[in-house]
Design a protein around this ligand. Sequence first.
Ligand SMILES: Cc1ncc(COP(=O)(O)O)c(C=O)c1O
Length: 404
Amino acid sequence: MGKINENQIDVLFSKKFLELSNMGGEIRKIFMLGQNLKQKNSNIELIDLSLGNPDLEPPIQIKNLLIHLLNSNEKGSHRYMDSAGLPEVREFLANELSKSEKVKLTKDNIFLTVGAAGAIQIVFRTFLDINDEVIIFTPYFPEYIPYTGNCGAKPVFVKCDEFHQPNIEDFEKKISDKTKIVLINSPNNPTGISYKKEKLIAITNILNKHNEKYGRNIQLVADEPYARVLFNEGKQHSLLEMYKYTWLIRSFSKDLGLAGERIGYLAWRNDPEFEQMQNTFRQSSRVLGFVSAPRLMQRLIPLVYNTKVSIETYQKRVDSFVSILKSGGISVQKPDAGFFVFPKCPIADDKSFCEDLVQLGVLCVPGSGFGQSGYFRASLTQDLNLIESAAHKIISLIKSNNYV
Ligand SMILES: Cc1ncc(COP(=O)(O)O)c(C=O)c1O
């Protein structure tokens, strides 16, 4: 096939793919603006706070443990395997989660996945039909939209308040007879905020009430890749404990800094109603073609589960960035976890604010890319000095334009 020219794209590629791939794209747009600027002016220092690519290196022992695993002469350790994952690794995770989530799990309640993203695909593929509705709280991880669209389902958005906490009245109003899944992402990308326990209790109470009244069960997908990147040793509230129809999704992309190695898992309650679920997810991963999560990474997890990247480093960055912005008059909620900050824009037009920032060499993503205009997301995945310099540049832009 020769080089594809722009005019052929509509004919060549599937309409569904083109529709899905055009969803979102704010991050890529800002990244491209930065690249263009760099091409025009190679002396400009770009501080890229646009991509959510965790920069902290994995804990030091991981490298040696991987070498150790590779050196083992155990036959068959690189072969195909049960798509649910190695039984001893599932057993290990079941024991850990039984403690942390306060529900007793077995290895048959765990399915190892290709990151959290892979787990979302498996759950969505299993439950969603065309025209089903998925409730998503705003602001949200933009990939939820094409993931939902890929199953022919529809996102239904629920508002959060100025503290980035779910609006419970709006949630109750948005539930319909088509609601199949409620998606909760706490700690949240892009805000870094954890939803309060009382909000989660209110949401699950409403779901239970609804299920009882209409004789059907709404599934709750708890997408929690930041659960173990909480500051001040904060504890994650257990949705598995609160609500029976919870599909808990976690990964080691952020807490172990292994985003490129693609390892995560899906967990659910040990309940007779879910006896068939592991087989069902095996079929789902087969349909999607993942087959199983990377085997070497599975073997690594029990050896390193209780270590983490330096959460203090993320916290220091967040604290410093937030405090500089606040001193410049910007309104911002202090995150509970991770490396994202979601300040309020000093002007309503978040896109033009972020474009102005690009001219100063600072790349941030407009809140509208996460379904909430009037804000911007900064991903603090750079060294502290660059993050502080970016914060000062943001303040200088505001002062020079008399925004506040
Ligand atoms: C909210 C959320 N869910 C899922 C993912 C995907 O994570 P993973 O790398 O584990 O697939 C991300 C990654 O940034 C995320 O922010």
